[in-house]
Write a protein that binds this ligand. Sequence first.
Ligand code: S3P
Length: 425
Amino acid sequence: MTQTVIHSKGLRGTVSVPGDKSISHRALLFAALAEGDCEITGLSNAADPKSTMECLRAIGVDIVERDGSVTVRGKGLRGLSAPSSVLDAGNSGTTIRLLAGILSGQRFASEITGDASLRSRPMKRIIEPLSKMGANIRGTQTFHAPLTIQAVSKLRSISYEMPVASAQVKSAILLAGLYAEGKTIVVEKLPSRDHTERMLGLDVSNNSGERIVAVEGGMKIVPRAFVVPGDISAAAFFIAAGLLVPTTEVVIKNVGLNPTRTAVLDIFKQMGGKVEITNKRIVAGEPLGDVAVRSSDLHTGFELRGERVAALIDEIPILAVTAAFSKGVFAVREAKDLRAKESDRIKTIVTNLRAMELEVEEYEDGFAFVGRENLRGASVESYHDHRIAMAFAIAGLRATGETKIQNAECADISFPGFWDELKKL
Ligand code: S3P
């Protein structure tokens, strides 16, 4: 499907975003391992969490979907059963990596794979630590999916220093740690999102700038209710739209404001964005609020590196688009992991911005450009990457003329209804 976005003279209204994708995956997975029924409200209805749901059903977990809530009949750590066919994680890195952590500790064998994009994403980052824990997990010769996992009776606990900032890798190790003898420890130099440790109530400490997360093998997961806040990474597209389009006022309701995810708001503010948080509250241990945005005169003049890139990893496409229409230099460096996302996001961002006639420098670990007030509407590719499709839809609101987004349906991976919400405004 091709979507056409035209230059907008003003947007007004209220937007709802789906439940947070990271929290939705985890609510489903942790509920499946709980010692009884868990109710989840606000679960994302996007394709990625659906992949997690279907994989869980395939290993014997009953999940009942009702209007507005989902009940997961938790099986406890040892109640899962062998799948009768290959598990399909679709496009979802979180599904394959977190589930691989759980499957690695099972007394049954399994195989898990995904679509062409997922099969090209690096899996060595989980195969290595999980193998150290005694898991019998293999990928292809180049360490890609499909992953085959053999039965084991128990895993070994490890202390693991994270070589890349990745919440998926951290979570895979911690989940495998539930099946290990003793205490499994993950040490992060660059912090990544903390939903796993928050939702499982794990011990977290800080030692000379390093974050240390520990999980006790055999820890029982007590059944509970999960409330999923709105996805700030989805909200970011509409926040950017609000800032970029003149004579605009937009409110995004019920946005999750977990401190490991809000760096994007700080950057928008640093760019001169008029962003205001109202109705701030805590629901089920996660902070949330409404985000009100008004058109702003934006400037950049900074570079994102290392720790800041890790904190903004899913927002780089929309930040790049926002910066492209702002005054000043904008650079993203030390961000090579962007090449290992749903698309090679360094290449796809650079190619699409160039198609809109911005001069962009590409580096192995990032890109740089000087923003301009106006870019030209163009035909751009989503590269089947949901965040690229949505970021360039927002670019189309501000660019001159018409912007066509090819293969735009991939927005459904994290944000079904994105195109309708955009039209509504
Ligand atoms: C996620 C972690 C991040 C992020 C992804 C979701 C998670 O990936 O890009 O969209 O839910 O743990 P990495 O762990 O690979 O950085």
